[in-house]
Write a protein that binds this ligand. Structure first.
Ligand SMILES: Cc1ncc(COP(=O)(O)O)c(C=O)c1O
Length: 383
C-alpha cells in the first residue's frame, strides 16, 4: 500500500527546512525571506524528471487535479466526459464540477475501462475520456489512446493509484494528454493530502497553472497584487509543507514498488492453487504498482466470506467487497446525473465482475505470517 509506512527522518528534515530556514509556507513569492527554498517547485521538477515528462503541476488532491485538468478543456453544459464504472466517486464529481455530463463505460476482466464499450459510448458530445488505472493495474491505454485520437477526444489518466506503474515501458499518467495523481494518505506516495498533474502540452500546463491559482499568470513583470490574468479559476495550491514531504517520498518510490511487487508475487504464489479463484487480468506489458491483488471468486456470498475469514486472521480487504458501493457508479443514486435506470442496466457487466471480486491489500512491510494468514483465510472461505 503506501508511502505512509515509510514516513521518517527524511520527510522531517525536508519539512524542517521550511520551518527553520525558509519560514515560508506559501509556494510563491516572499523571495526576500525564503532563502531560495521553493519546496513545491522542487517537488514538481523532481516528479516531472522521474516520470520522464516536462510539465508537472502540484495541487491539493487528485480530485482537484482532475477538476483542474478538465478546466483546461473549457467544457460546455452539454459536453460529455466518459469515465469507467469502477472508480472512486471523485472522478465523477470532478466531471460534474466542470459542468459536463459524466458517462460511465463498463470495465472488463482487467477491472479497468473496456475499450469496446468506450467506442459504443462515444458520440458528438464526447469531449474527453478519463481512464483509471484502478488499484495500480494499467488500463489498456494504447487501445484507448488510438480510439481517442481517431475521434479527436482528450485523454486524461486518473493515476490516483498508479504512480510509478508502467505500461509498455512508459509511466502511467504520461500516455494521455494529462495525467492526474493522488498523494492522499492511502496512496503509494503521500503528502497527507495532495495531487499532481502531468501535461504533454505546455499551453495546457500554463492554463492549468493559472486556473489552480485564481487565474494568476505569475507574470514576472508585475508584483502578485497587480498580476495579469486571462481566465478565472480557483484555489488548489499545494503548500510548502506538502511539497517538502513529497520531495522525500518521491525518493522512496522505486523501493515501495519493488517491495510491494515482491509481496504481491509471494501472495499470488501462495494462493494461486486454491480451487475457485482467478486473478484479475493484467494487460500484457503491465508493470503494476502492486497496491492490491484482486481475485474473482464464484459469487458475492463467497466474496463476503473471504472478507469475513480474512478479518478473523487479522487481514482486511481493500475496497472490494466492503467499499464496493463507493467505487461502482451503478450504485450512485445520490448523484442525480447518474440516477437513471438506463445507466444501471448498461453497467450489468461491471456489476457482475465487481460483485465477485476480493481485493487483498498489499503493504511494503509484510511479514511471512501475514501472507500465510491470507492463504488461511481465503482457503477457508472457498472450501
Ligand atoms: C480512482 C481515484 N481517483 C481519484 C481519487 C481522489 O484522490 P484524492 O483523495 O487525492 O482527492 C481517488 C481516491 O482514492 C481514487 O481512488
Amino acid at each position: 500500500m503506501p508511502g505512509y509506512e515509510l514516513l521518517d527522518k527524511k520527510e522531517f528534515s525536508q519539512v524542517s527546512d521550511v520551518f527553520l530556514k525558509s519560514k515560508t509556507l506559501f509556494r510563491m513569492g516572499f523571495e526576500n525571506q525564503r532563502k531560495g527554498i521553493f519546496k513545491v517547485k522542487e517537488f514538481e521538477r523532481n516528479f516531472a524528471k522521474k516520470l520522464k515528462s516536462k510539465h508537472a503541476l502540484a495541487v491539493t488532491s487528485c480530485t482537484a487535479a482532475l477538476r483542474v485538468a478538465l478546466a483546461t478543456l473549457k467544457l460546455k453544459k452539454k459536453d460529455e466526459v466518459i469515465t469507467q464504472s469502477f472508480t472512486f466517486v471523485a472522478t465523477v464529481e470532478a466531471i460534474i464540477e466542470s459542468g459536463a455530463t459524466p458517462i460511465c463505460a463498463n470495465i472488463n476482466e482487467t477491472l479497468n475501462m473496456d475499450p469496446d464499450d468506450l467506442i459504443k459510448k462515444i458520440n458528438k458530445k464526447t469531449k474527453a475520456v478519463i481512464i483509471v488505472h484502478m488499484l495500480g493495474v494499467p488500463a489498456q491505454v494504447d487501445k484507448i489512446k488510438t480510439i481517442c485520437k481517431k475521434y479527436k477526444i482528450t485523454l486524461i489518466e486518473d493515476t490516483a493509484w498508479g504512480c510509478g506503474g508502467k505500461y509498455k515501458n512508459r509511466f502511467l499518467g504520461t500516455w494521455g494528454d494529462i495525467g492526474a495523481y493522488s498523494f492522499d494518505f492511502a496512496k503509494t506516495l503521500t503528502t497527507g493530502e495532495g495531487g499532481m498533474l502531468i501535461f504533454k502540452s505546455k499551453k495546457k500546463y500554463e492554463l492549468a497553472k493559472a486556473w489552480h491559482d485564481h487565474g494568476h499568470e505569475n507574470n514576472p513583470k508585475f508584483p502578485r497584487w497587480e498580476d495579469t490574468r486571462k481566465s478565472s479559476g480557483f484555489n488548489f495550491r499545494m503548500t510548502e509543507m506538502q511539497g517538502a514531504v513529497g520531495i522525500a517520498q518521491l525518493q522512496k518510490l522505486n523501493f515501495i514498488i519493488k517491495k510491494q511487487k515482491r509481496n504481491h508475487d509471494l501472495i499470488w504464489k501462495k494462493i494461486r492453487n486454491i480451487p475457485g479463484l482467478k486473478k484479475r487480468i493484467y494487460p500484457k506489458g503491465s508493470e503494476i504498482t502492486a497496491d492490491a491483488l484482486i481475485i474473482f471468486v464464484k459469487n458475492t456470498i463467497k466474496a463476503k466470506k473471504c472478507r469475513k475469514e480474512l478479518l478473523k486472521v487479522g487481514i482486511s480487504t481493500k475496497i472490494l467487497p466492503e467499499a464496493y458501493s463507493w467505487h461502482f457508479a451503478g450504485l450512485w443514486s445520490h448523484i442525480k446525473e447518474l440516477n437513471n435506470k438506463k445507466l444501471k442496466r448498461s453497467l450489468k457487466k461491471s456489476e457482475n465482475l465487481l460483485r465477485k471480486a476480493v481485493s487483498i491489500p498489499i503493504f511494503v512491510k509484510m511479514k511471512k505470517k501475514q501472507i500465510s494468514s491470507i492463504y488461511k483465510g481465503i482457503s477457508k472461505a472457498l472450501k
